[in-house]
Design a binder for this molecule. Sequence first.
Ligand SMILES: Cc1cc2nc3c(=O)[nH]c(=O)nc-3n(C[C@H](O)[C@H](O)[C@H](O)COP(=O)(O)O)c2cc1C
Length: 360
Amino acid sequence: MSGNTFGKAFRVTTWGESHGPAIGAVVDGCPPGIPLTEEAVQVMMDRRKPGASAASTTRKEEDLVHILSGVFEGLTTGTPISLMIKNKDAKSSSYDRFKNLFRPGHGDLSYQKKYGIRDYKGGGRASARETAGRVAAGAVAGLLLEQVGIKTFAYTLELGSVKAKTIDPEAVAKNPFACPDMEAAEKMEARVNDVRKDGDSLGGVVQVQAAGVPAGLGEPVFDKIDAQIAKAMMSIGAVKGVEIGAGFEAARLTGSVNNDPIWEDGFETNNAGGTLAGVSSGQDIVVRVAVKPIPSISVPQQTIDVDGKEDTIQVGGRHDISAIPRVNVVCEAMLNLVLADFVLRQAQVRALELFAKKAD
Ligand SMILES: Cc1cc2nc3c(=O)[nH]c(=O)nc-3n(C[C@H](O)[C@H](O)[C@H](O)COP(=O)(O)O)c2cc1C
């Protein structure tokens, strides 16, 4: 299986399965001298771990991260950083009844057809548990970005069709759904509780942003910053759409409205979402991510078994009702990975300025 590595200069490989002994990530290309501790990574891990909201699985994972290499006396050494998270509360036997059945909406059918074998316990690599490795690596990338003044953050715009109507950044940390509108957060909780009774699940929309981004990040043409962001977000399980800036709404605007006028002291608007021709413009990067409802639900669904025989399936068990808000920090981690990679690649673009010996 290939496709487990992301990035060119700041490269991350995630590894492990949901019901194996551990999962994690290896970061290669991180520069030396960055302060890095397990505690600093844990801050992001704690935002992903189960249990923080009514929409979360009841699986109890502490998600404690262990740094196995690449750090000496609290600083990165420039060598590969290995991050490991033990799986502690995997109840593999609860998957036995799905051994031969394909869950609609999950990777069971496609993995079986692709490999002819699959880890049916917890979904293997298709499990959202894989995102723990990304978050650990994204936290390392975040510490690199901190050094250059870039800060990323994410919040919930929508959950189960309940929309945030106001954006109060202070509110995000004050409710379990990371919603910038306290009133909407209460409605989200009620919606989640209703849907739980029905054994069903919900989707939503996350906004993820980066502030302090200098102009010049992104590599034309196939590695445009918006192209890499879209790939990064779409690589997260359950993500079905990505918009940058005005996104799909831009298709409905005239050029004179959509263009962001440029003044001496900066841009007037940010319909572009911080990128022009795939290179950051110096404005905030603004991304919205559409997340589908969780596929594992206890509502009876039509499916087939491994022999192609029709059957019905009721998944039940310990699943999230919605990937939101746990997915928010995963989106943030992926944006960190994209930006850290481009920061290092921009140093290569400007290498002559850094190293050229000037003639007297
Ligand atoms: C944070 C997060 C939590 C998730 N929790 C679950 C879950 O508990 N049960 C489940 O079936 N899918 C869950 N998913 C979704 C699956 O990982 C995803 O639907 C699956 O990998 C299939 O990929 P696709 O939806 O991109 O096609 C979660 C996704 C994320 C990002």
